[in-house]
Design a protein around this ligand. Sequence first.
Ligand code: AGP
Length: 615
Amino acid sequence: MCGIVGYVGHDAVLPVLLDGLSRLEYRGYDSAGVAFIDQEQVKIRKKKGRIKNLEQALIEDGLLNRLEIHIGIGHTRWATHGAPSDENSHPHLSADGRIAVVHNGIIENYLELKRFLLDLGYEFQSETDTEVVAHLVEHHYHEHNDGDILAAVRRTIADLEGSYALGVLCADHPNQFIAARKDSPLVLGLGESCNYIASDIPAILSHTRRIVIMEDREIAQLTADAIILYDALGQIVTREPLLVTWDSEAAEKGGYEHFMMKEMHEEPKAVRDTVMPRLRENRIRFDSLNLDRAAINQLDRIRIVACGTAAHAGIVGKYIIEELCRIPVEVDVASEFRYRNPIVTDKTLTIIISQSGETLDTLAAMREAKRQGSQILAIVNVVGSSIAREADHVIYTVAGPEIAVASTKAYNTQLAALYLLAFQMAFEIGKIDAKQLEAYLTKMVDLPNLIEETLSHQDIIQRFAAEHFNAHSIFFIGRGLDFALSMEASLKLKEISYIHSEAYAGGELKHGTIALIEEGTLVVCPMTQPQLVDKMISNIREVKARGAVILGILTPECAKAAEVCDQVIELPSVDPLLAPIVAVTPTQLFAYYMTVNKGFDVDKPRNLAKSVTVE
Ligand code: AGP
C-alpha cells in the first residue's frame, strides 16, 4: 500500500524524504512524489515508476541538496483509484497551488465530495480520491479565511468517509505541516530540532527511534521544535514516545517475523477495503461494471480462468455463482485453457483472476477468450497491470501489495470480490430479492471480524504444527465448498513447507487414493457445510479405520464432527456460503507454522516467483 514520509527541521529535506520513501519500497508502489516549500511556494515533483526516477528529476532541477528547503512531504503510491501515471501520483495540489496533500487509504465517499467540488467550480487533474482531499482542504481554508490550516484539515476530515493517513503542506505556513489519520497507520518521529511523520516506522528509523503512534481521528501539527497532537475533539493529547529497538529489516515487516504473517493479519482490512467502498444503501456498486439483467440473461456460460491460488478462488466462485445465479460456470487453469480448443462464444463471460495481473499463462488465456468473442471481467489486485488494462471490466481487489510469494490476503479478497459479483448478478436477474441481498451484505460486512477471530487462534495451530511438521504426506478432504477450500489449503502447505499434500473430495478418496492412507497419516478436514457434515463424518471414519490422524476445522454448526477428530480448530459461526473466506485463514496459518518448524524461508520458498511471467 502507499507510503508517506514528512520532515520539518534544519537539514535539506529532499534527501530525507527520498531515503524514507526508499525504506518503504517493500510495501510495493508504482509511483513516487514529493512536495516541499521553496521561496514561499509549494512545489511538487512526482514521477511514475521507481523512486530513482523522482531522484533524477530532483537532481536535474538542482533541488536535491538545497539546504534552504527544509520542510516537505513524500509519498509512494500503490494505485487504488486511477492507473499509475505522473498525474495520478501524489502529492496532489489544491487549485491555487498553495496546498499539497499526500494520502494513504481509501476515501469511500470521494465521488459525492468530487461532485460537490465540481459544482463549486473546482477542476480535477487526476482520477484519484486524494485530489478531492486537496481541494476540500483549500475550500475549507478559504471559506473561513482565517489562515488556520489546522482547522481547515479538521473540517476536511470531518467530511471524509473511509480510511486516511494524510500529510498536508501549505505555502502560507512554511514552518509547519499537518498530519491526520483514520484506519491507515501514521507515526510521528521526534528528532533533535526536527520532526517526522511516516506511514511505517522503517521510513524514519535511521533518523530517530522516538516514535509516537497516532491514533484514529487524531491530528498533528509539526514544526522543527514541536509536535502538537490533538484528538478528534480538538483537545491536546500528550503521549509518551516509544523507544523503538527494532532493526530496520524487522521494522519493514511491522514487527512480524515474515511478510506472510503480516499479510495474513492484514486480511481483515484487505477484505474490508475490498467490500465497503462498493456498498451503498444495501446495494452493490461496481465502478465500471454494467452487467445488467439483459446482459446476464443472454449468457450461455461463465468461464473462470486463472492459475494457482487464483484458480482455487475461481473454484469457490463457481460454487457460489452456480448456487445463486443458476448459470453454468466452468473453471480452467490458464495453461490448459488456451490449448484445449475451448468453447467460447460472444455469450460467454470470462472471469480472469490474478493477484499480479501479469501472470503470462493467465494473460494469454484472456487474450484467447477475447479473440473468440468473450466479454472479459478481470479480478485483479494491481491497478494498471497488463490484465487490468486489457480486460473489458475490472473489479479490483484492495489487498495492497502482497510481498510473500505464497498468496494469502489476495485469495481472501478474490473471494470477497467473487461474492459481491455473485450477489449482484443474482439480484439483477431476480434470483435473490432485496431482503436476501441485504442479509448477505450484512454478513459480508461482518467477515473481517470473523477473520480477525480465526487469527486469534494461531497459538492452537502453532502447537498442532509443532506435532506434525515432520509429516511426509498430508491430505485435505472436504465436500462442496470445503473441497474447494481444501485445494487452496493443500497448495499453501506444499509451496512453503515442501511437504507433499493432496486435496480430495471427501467422497472420492475411497475410489483409489485411500490406498495411500496408513498409520499416522495426517488428514485435515475443513467442515463448514452443515448439510454435508454427516457424509464427511462417514469419510473420516473410513480414513481413521486405516490409521489416519484427523485435524478438524469446524464451525459450530458442524461441531458434531468433533467426535471423530483427534484435534479441532474451532471456527466462528459463519453462513456456509461465505465460509471459505473465513475458514482459509487457519489453513494458511497451519502452512506457515509447519514451514517455520521446518526452518524454511516462509516468504521466498525455493523454485517459486511471486509473479510467473513465463509460460
Ligand atoms: C500462490 O500462493 C502462488 N504463489 C501462485 O499459485 C499464484 O497464485 C499464481 O502464480 C497466480 O498468480 P497471480 O494471481 O498473480 O496471477
